[in-house]
Write a protein that binds this ligand. Structure first.
Ligand code: DMJ
Length: 471
């Protein structure tokens, strides 16, 4: 196990944080996250980010057009959902990013491909969660951005084929897999993110079609999870969706595989004005802050605890959990948000490309991979949208520069197998979410994008524009 240098900093009590959490939080400071490089002007940064997006997009088009994902080093392709099947995932993921960046020829090419080739009735067992946030969300965003009704029609057909996962479940919590052709369902042990990250996409679909069934299915699943909280107000990690019993009672928020359940409580309340979802978010978040937040070395972390006792079971921090500062900020816990953002900025300052998971208790690396993930820069975008503070642009640009230096290859951008090796060991995949997320958050921060309403704009967990497209 590789060790990790986690610098300490002086702990300063934050009255607000102590009042709500009982923990001693370091007061967030711009100095703690000071970047090592100069920030170019906004227009220059936006141009650079757009160029890098186009570089990866052209790499995908050259080697893997029409397939789900590109392997940018070997020039190979990856089927994301099912072997031998394609949904053109990267095209669907990229569509609204292309539109925001005003790459209109590419928008037309992509939307045409989707209308002509994307088959939502394939004989494929797809993972419901991934299909909802990536494909349903991508088609919805594509429709909202371009106005093309065929994208909405395709989206509705796909959602109808996913619905048996919800309607055949005795608890309303969805099965993990559904066959798009036969409607056969499978996978009854499911983590919270997969059960409860549907309401943004399904709620929008209900609004756009006037058919309540999508919203009802998503809300019922979210309620079923909330109803199973412990007396402490904590949730576990996985449930048997047939019996309704917990199969893992560890509260691992804000890490995967529960992360976006919490995100969609807030987003559902925000997007649809659903007060119940907002109340659930508040109650569950208060419990996470009270029982899981701790300070080590002057930095804020979230330990894993048993949901019934609150006793510590682990001290892993996953890169996927670095979205949490953004959610905390949007939910009104700005002190806690800034403190956790500082933690991740410190990790970034010490590792130009951060590892996938660490154990902050033992200061060791749990997974040395980097999957080209967007969560840290998603938080930077959220906190910049909330506060307008320049330091979020600075740290976001530091993140961008690290990726450009280490993960850029002639065929686009790639994941890393080992960020602790010297030199860093690259892998061979551009994940579909890259086209939906990392460059979009960065671009929106620097570009003053005319097609995005910065006052009302809202992005899904997969970075899709679900509100604020200006046509
Ligand atoms: C994306 O698919 C989404 O952001 C999801 O919510 C979890 N993370 C991946 C990318 O890391």
């Amino acid at each position: 196990m590789r060790s990790l240098s986690l610098p300490r900093r002086r702990t300063v009590l934050s009255a607000a944080a102590v009042a709500t959490t009982g923990a001693a939080l370091a007061r967030p400071s711009a100095a703690a996250a000071a970047p090592a490089l100069d920030l170019p002007g906004d227009a220059t940064a936006a141009r650079e980010i757009r160029e890098e997006f186009v570089h990866s997009w052209e790499g995908y088009k050259r080697a893997a057009w029409g397939y789900d994902e590109v392997r940018p080093v070997s020039g190979g392709r990856n089927d994301f959902f099912a072997s031998g099947r394609t949904f053109g995932l990267s095209i669907v993921e990229a569509l609204d990013t292309l539109w925001l960046m005003e790459l209109d020829g590419e928008v037309a090419l992509s939307a045409d491909w989707i209308e002509e080739h994307l088959d939502p009735a394939q004989d494929a067992d797809v993972q419901v969660f991934e299909a909802v946030i990536r494909l349903v969300g991508g088609l919805l965003a594509g429709h909202l951005c371009t106005g093309r009704t065929a994208l909405l029609d395709r989206c509705r057909e796909l959602a109808d084929r996913l619905l048996p996962a919800f309607t055949r479940s005795p608890t309303g919590m969805p099965y993990r897999y559904v066959n798009l052709r036969s409607g056969a369902v499978g996978g009854h042990t499911s983590p919270l993110a997969e059960i409860g990250s549907n309401i943004v996409e399904f709620g929008l679909l209900s609004q756009l079609t006037g058919d309540q069934k999508y919203w009802d299915a998503a809300k019922r699943a979210m309620r079923a999870v909330f109803d199973r909280r412990s007396a402490l107000g904590l949730l576990g990690t996985t449930l048997d969706i047939e019996t309704g019993r917990w199969t893992d009672t560890t509260s691992c928020a804000p890490n995967p595989p529960v992360d976006s359940y919490y995100e969609y409580l807030w987003a559902g309340a925000e997007l649809f004005g659903d007060r119940e979802l907002g109340d659930w978010y508040r109650l569950l978040t208060d419990a996470v802050l009270r029982h899981q937040l701790e300070v080590q070395g002057g930095y804020a972390w979230y330990r894993q605890v048993d949901y019934a006792t609150g006793l510590t079971t682990g001290r892993t921090a996953s890169e996927l959990g670095s979205f949490y500062p953004g959610l905390l900020g949007k939910g009104g816990d700005l002190d806690a948000a800034l403190a956790y953002y500082d933690t991740w900025s410190m990790l970034l300052a010490n590792n130009p490309v951060v590892p996938e998971a660490i154990d902050y208790g033992s200061a060791t690396v749990r997974s040395a991979r980097n999957d080209l993930r967007p969560e840290y820069v998603n938080a930077a975008y959220d906190l910049w949208m909330l506060t307008g503070e320049r330091r979020f642009k600075e740290t976001a640009y530091t993140y961008f520069a690290g990726l450009r230096e280490h993960l850029r290859v002639p065929g686009g951008y790639t994941v890393a197998e080992d960020v602790t090796a010297s030199p860093l060991q690259r892998g061979d995949l551009t994940p579909g979410y890259w086209f939906a997320e990392n460059p979009k958050y960065l671009y929106l921060m620097f570009a003053a994008a005319p097609r995005f309403d910065y006052r009302s704009g809202l992005l899904s967990t997969e970075g899709k524009v679900v509100r604020g497209a200006v046509r």
